[in-house]
Design a binder for this molecule. Structure first.
Ligand code: ATP
Ligand code: MG
Length: 562
């Protein structure tokens, strides 16, 4: 039943199978799902899985999916997060303003439902201290103990609850609890807290409320109020399902959604808890939530990932009830597949080595080449690439004493400059330090366009950039944020920050790019030939454009590991 799938085609997972059956039998007329983020952080790739699942199901079955802000805990929430979530959903292609809801719009209803529970003897005001509450709660092996306040009269409860609401008590003085069963084997059912006092301004309701509902009480009611049919959540809520059902049954809502759990997405070499991501942001370990190394949607956007590649990844990993950790390489593969198809090619030299072409005329008229933007897609057009007497090649494309298998440039060797000419290395100039300063080469004018009329062959083809036409740029190379596959795993693991990778960001400050990138818009993605995929950042550094490396050409990381 709950097999996961690796296919790109829509495959029916256990949730879709179940819904299809309910529609067939008429049990469900119109599917309504929801994606319910708490606005206490930016969305990450795990949320993308939930978004693709909930919005995907609604679309496939002709239903609706609500974006609902689960904004019931004002101390950690803010409008900044609400805005970022909307932006990310828009970018992923799932935002609909008409189907956006806020739990805070239901505060009055939650309150009235709580009064109903009190009147029915199903909830009481408890005045135990937090420590006492913990003690009374019992453990997995020992039953809990009933609170001495459990027997308060309905009148007393109504009176105290009203005073809690109108600000008559400080934070923590009392809570409202459900009256269920202190000996239940399920700890969630041992008179869980429904409301706590919190004198905190809410980003939408201001100071109107100083009692706020707990997740387990509010969430099911939010679903019921909105007529949600399937409340899809991650596995850790399985043990909360009896409480979800209890609240709806005791309040007696007209609609009783079905909670269904699936396994959350875990990715290797990163963390996915918002609390930990916030710690990285606040600790300055990364440059904000949208740092290109973060597993956030906004980080992936700035890194150059496409919405289509994230959606494709979510489809490939499928949905199941088995916990697993997905290899980051799968996500990168989805990104690469998309960019390989769609990113125009350009030439960029990341570690430049100067090359003077001695026999190239100083004052030659513009000499430029038409280069295809995509080798397999003529419809993507061509661009002009200018040539001149001084060019740069990649430092690693030259070796003074090359081994046999090195087919690139070396003293006395001839190579092809992509789209341009054959050049031959005549001599090497050195700095006083002994470092190579530049190469002196000659070119063969007969090889214009990249082939020799006499039929002679060269084995290496190098990318290059003309000195006087080059665009200077900074290029940021990213590696894994953590150097452990499971940074927060295991009890002996210590602080997750201990496994931060100190080399997760390398800045190459003096890169040279061909001039066609000059007026690119931020967010524009390219393949730098032979180098990988790169995306123009919004940020500039010392007036220069900044490019982020989105992905390598091949999966070089897996190779390096083995
Ligand atoms: P935290 O990171 O603190 O555990 P959260 O990620 O659960 O919080 P929410 O805002 O409550 O934060 O999540 C919104 C929705 O996204 C929930 O329905 C949740 O189940 C889902 N979700 C969160 N993380 C993942 C994940 N890693 N994989 C799949 N779904 C997820
Ligand atoms: Mg949550």
């Amino acid at each position: 039943m709950d097999d996961s799938s690796n296919q790109d085609t829509i495959s029916r997972d256990f949730i879709r199978n179940r819904i299809a059956e309910e529609i067939e039998t008429g049990k469900c007329r119109k599917v309504i799902t929801r994606f319910p983020p708490e606005p206490n952080g930016f969305l990450h790739i795990g949320h993308a899985k939930s978004i693709c699942l909930n919005f995907g199901i609604a679309a496939e079955f002709g239903g609706d999916c609500h974006l609902r802000f689960d904004d019931t805990n004002p101390s950690k929430e803010s409008k900044v997060y609400v805005d970022s979530i909307i932006e990310d959903l828009k970018w992923l292609g799932f935002y609909d303003a008409g189907k956006t809801y806020y739990a805070s719009d239901y505060f009055q209803q939650f309150y009235e439902y709580a009064l109903r529970l009190i009147r029915n003897g199903k909830a009481y005001v408890c005045s135990l201290s937090p420590e006492e509450m913990r003690e009374y709660r019992g453990t997995l092996t020992a039953p809990g103990k009933e609170s001495p306040y459990r027997t308060r009269s309905v009148e007393e409860n109504l009176d105290l609850f009203e005073k809690m609401k109108s600000g008559g008590f400080p934070d923590g003085a009392h809570v409202l609890r459900a009256k269920i069963d202190m000996s239940s084997p399920n700890l969630n059912m041992r008179d869980p807290v429904l409301y706590r006092i919190q004198h905190t301004s809410h980003h939408r309701t201001g100071d109107k409320w100083c009692i706020y509902p707990m997740y387990d009480y509010a969430h099911c009611l939010e679903d019921a109020i909105e007529g949600v049919t399937h409340s899809i959540c991650t596995l850790e809520f399985e043990d909360h399902r009896p409480l979800y059902d209890w609240v709806l049954d005791e309040v007696g809502t007209a609609c009783h959604p079905q909670q269904i759990e699936f396994a959350r997405l875990n990715l290797g070499y990163t963390v996915m808890s918002k609390r930990k991501l916030l710690e990285l942001v606040e600790g300055g370990d990364v440059n904000g939530w949208d740092d290109s190394r973060m597993p956030t949607i906004s980080g992936m956007r700035s890194r150059g990932y496409t919405p289509a590649s994230i959606r494709a990844f979510c489809k490939r990993i499928g949905v199941s009830k088995k916990e697993s950790r997905i290899d980051m390489l799968m996500l990168e593969e989805a990104v690469r597949d998309d960019l390989n198809e769609n990113a125009p090619r350009v030439m960029a030299v990341l570690n430049p080595l100067r090359v003077v072409i001695e026999n190239y005329p100083e004052e030659r008229l513009p000499d430029e080449f038409d280069a295809p933007n995509h080798p397999a897609k003529p419809e993507m057009g061509t661009r002009k690439v200018p040539f001149s007497k001084v060019i740069y090649i990649e430092r690693e494309d030259f070796m003074e004493d090359p081994p046999k298998k090195f087919f690139r440039l070396g003293p006395g060797r001839e190579v092809r400059l992509r789209y341009a000419y054959f050049i031959k290395c005549e001599s090497v100039e050195y700095e006083d330090s002994g470092e190579i300063k530049e190469l002196r080469c000659t070119y063969d004018p007969e090889t214009r366009g990249g082939s020799a009329p006499d039929g002679r062959k060269v084995k290496g083809t190098l990318h290059w950039v003309s000195e006087k036409h080059a665009v200077k740029a900074e290029v940021r190379i990213y590696d894994r944020l953590f150097n452990k596959e499971n940074p927060d795993g295991g009890k002996e693991a210590g602080d997750f920050k201990d496994s931060l990778n100190p080399e997760s960001l390398t800045s190459l400050e003096d890169c040279l790019l061909e001039p066609s990138v000059e007026n690119a818009a931020p967010g524009k993605r390219y393949q730098f030939e032979r180098q990988g995929y790169f995306c123009l950042d919004v940020e500039r550094s010392q007036g220069r454009p900044v490019f982020n490396r989105t992905a390598t050409l091949r999966d070089s990381w897996a190779k390096a590991k083995s």
